[in-house]
Design a protein around this ligand. Structure first.
Ligand code: MIC
Ligand code: SF4
Length: 652
């Protein structure tokens, strides 16, 4: 049978031998690699420690696992420093590679150092698909999924539909791969693409370097897909040669004449420079439409656009130009290796001389660790998300662009058409990269199993949650609109991020930015009604994979979320923490239920097993039908009160 690339890799990794699964069927996969970052990693490893506590052999069961510190790298007080130490000692004790703060952004580093065609990687960060640029399947998941896989469990996903995106032609000068992904976001939007994989083929891919491809697979996360993938070809080989990793390389293509579930053709030569305008990555317009808009800040970096190629371009275009004096311009390169290469090539000085602030290779402004824009300011960022308030300034307007568009805005202090910039700078990548060998701390056989783990006072034990009740009455604590992001549910920023290992403390910040008054109401309702519910529109929980967004709901008494639809990762995080995600059977029923209503679900467990649940809206005498679109395993997990209870029970 002729297979597309996605199926080829999935079939090789099926945990139990079975026939080729059909779309939407649950599949169990053997995972080769995992990655975590610090903001999700502490919880993931606390959960791992909990799972293996009674085991004799506590070592991880994956081929390769890496723990990165790149998000909460500021150490303004002890919390983040404690978390970093905890992560380092956990890594040493269980056999995990550790990437200390300052080494680089997890996805850039993983692509450079560990990505491998044909393998499966999961990561507790939604942009893990970056590594799929080299023909591997890389998927973003919640931290508990990583903990389970480290402990030898399979990864469960729905068999995705595979969508073939055929690229033809060549991009014009000044148009880059960021514009391709913005084009796709405009076309497919941030919702409606769950459980799909976008597989790129066509002559056009030959014009894209691995870095260009990685910008696309990185930001395809915003489409809500499971992942997206490029084949492993001559261009991929060239990347592995430069990284001195030819041993990890192999060619990998879809079979000729294989089948896809959907197919779209895109002519690269027709794409113009694009911009995602506030406050959603799919709010895309052409650069022409906002020409002349004044810009206050430009941030270049993030896991989307911080590669060596992006940085060389930036240094070249600023070789004899300056940052406009009204613009605050900042760069976060993707890795320390990139900084060193720029220095060796004699290019780094261009950025200093042009007037950029050069920051450590970390997530930085992207996750609100500094560089909040001025009040009501316009910030141009080469990042992947522009949800309102994510930058740290609630009334700021964040525009997402390519490095080309951002560089021009930094130079001229406003959005300008790029052809006005005269010549596109000439540059090529160095033949051989300087590979930074000592950036990582590798586990040493002698320290595995013998390293005392450091638990600072910021690291609090995991809360315990009980099994599902048979009959429940719930108070509707809040009714929300479409596209609520996990940033809305639990924001980033220095203050809240430093509480990621302390669930009681971080739970106080639930919906802090979007609905600052809600916490008071939740506390009040929790004492009066004990069990609460949220009503939401489409794509509830889009964006970040942070499982904290699920835990803080559970911790504040939310037992059920009824939505028009859910984003993939958040839905599985809700299940993992024993919250029941239900979808309206008739979308208009969303209008029949109001904030502060009381609802009742009787015979809950039997109804859940059937998959259709009747919800009685008390005092209105209305019955609303909802669907539990969950596998039998997921239903069992919810009945047990979450994945941790479930896994521990099934391992005894
Ligand atoms: C993000 O870009 O939102 C993050 C911060 O990287 C998150 C992870 C997190 O919340 O820690 C993500 O994308 O999953
Ligand atoms: Fe870090 Fe931003 Fe990438 Fe998230 S999107 S991993 S915060 S750089």
């Amino acid at each position: 049978m002729k297979l597309n690339l996605t199926k080829k890799i999935l079939v090789k990794h099926l945990f139990n031998s079975m026939d080729l699964p059909k779309p939407a069927e649950e599949i169990a996969l053997k995972v080769d690699q995992t990655l975590t970052q610090d903001a999700t990693g502490t919880l993931a490893y606390l959960q791992y420690e909990n799972i293996v506590a009674d085991r004799k052999d506590k070592r991880i069961k994956t081929k390769l696992s890496v723990s990165y510190v790149d998000h909460n790298t500021l150490q303004p007080s002890f919390e983040n420093s404690d978390d970093h130490k905890y992560l380092q000692t956990v890594a040493q004790n269980y056999g995990i590679i550790f990437s200390p703060p300052g080494n680089g952004i997890c996805h850039q580093l993983h692509l450079e150092n560990f990505s491998k065609p044909g393998e499966i990687l999961i990561g507790s960060d939604s942009h893990t698909p970056t590594s799929s640029a080299v023909g591997m399947i890389a998927i973003g998941v919640g931290g508990l999924e990583v903990a389970c896989v480290l402990a030898g469990e399979p990864l469960y996903i729905k068999m995705p539909k595979v969508v073939n995106i055929i690229l033809k032609g060549k991009l014009k000068k000044w148009v880059s791969s960021k514009d391709i992904i913005l084009f796709l976001l405009k076309k497919f939007t941030v919702k409606g693409n769950a459980n799909k994989v976008f597989e790129f083929t066509g002559e056009g891919i030959k014009t894209l370097s691995v870095y260009d491809r990685a910008t696309i697979t990185n930001m395809a996360t915003e489409l809500g897909v499971t992942t997206s993938i490029f084949p492993s070809d001559e261009i991929t080989k060239d990347f592995f040669v430069r990284q001195a990793r030819l041993k990890d390389f192999k060619f990998l293509f879809p079979d000729n004449n294989c089948e896809y579930d959907e197919q779209y053709e895109i002519d690269l030569s027709k794409i113009e420079p694009l911009v995602a305008t506030p406050h959603s990555p799919d709010n895309v317009v052409s650069l022409k439409e906002i020409e002349g808009l004044k810009v206050d800040q430009v941030c270049i970096g993030s896991c989307t656009n911080s590669s060596l190629k992006d940085m060389i371009f930036l240094c070249k275009i600023f070789s004899d130009k300056k940052v406009n004096k009204n613009v605050s311009a900042v760069v976060n390169p993707g890795s320390k290796q990139i900084l060193l290469v720029l220095e060796k090539l004699g290019l780094l000085k261009n950025l200093y001389l042009a007037g950029f602030r050069i920051m450590e290779p970390t997530c930085g402004a992207c996750i609100g660790q500094g560089q909040a824009p001025i009040s009501d300011g316009v910030s141009v960022r080469t990042f992947n998300r522009n949800f309102q308030g994510r930058s740290g300034t609630l009334d700021a307007k964040v525009y997402l662009t390519s490095v080309e568009v951002a560089a021009a805005a930094a130079m001229l202090g406003k959005f300008v058409q790029l052809k006005k910039l005269k010549k596109y700078p000439k540059f090529s990548l160095p033949k051989k990269f300087f590979v930074l060998k000592n950036g990582f701390i590798y586990p040493n056989k002698k320290t595995i199993g013998k390293t005392p783990i450091f638990y600072g006072p910021n690291i609090k034990p995991l809360p315990k949650f009980g099994p599902l009740n048979i009959e429940i009455k719930l108070k509707v604590a809040k009714k929300m609109q479409d596209n609520i992001s996990t940033d809305d549910i639990i924001p980033g920023g220095t203050k809240i991020l430093s509480l990621r290992s302390n669930i009681p403390a971080i739970s106080e910040y639930i919906f802090n930015r979007k609905y600052p008054e809600l916490i008071k109401k939740l506390k009040d309702y929790k004492t009066k009604y004990s069990k609460l519910c949220i009503i939401a529109g489409e794509n509830y929980g889009q964006g970040s994979s942070r499982e904290h967004a699920a835990i803080v709901q559970k911790y504040n008494g939310i037992e059920v979320v009824i939505a028009k639809s859910f984003a993939r990762i958040h839905k599985s995080n809700l299940v993992n923490f024993g919250i029941l995600p239900l979808e309206f059977a008739i979308q208009n029923d969303y209008d029949r239920i109001s904030e502060d209503d009381e609802i009742e679900i009787t015979d809950l467990i039997n109804q859940l097993k059937n998959g259709i649940l009747e919800i009685k809206v008390l005092y209105k005498n209305i019955i609303i039908k909802t669907i539990a679109d969950l596998t039998n395993r997921e239903k069992e997990v919810i009945i047990e009160g979450g994945r941790l209870n479930f896994v521990k029970k099934s391992c005894v």
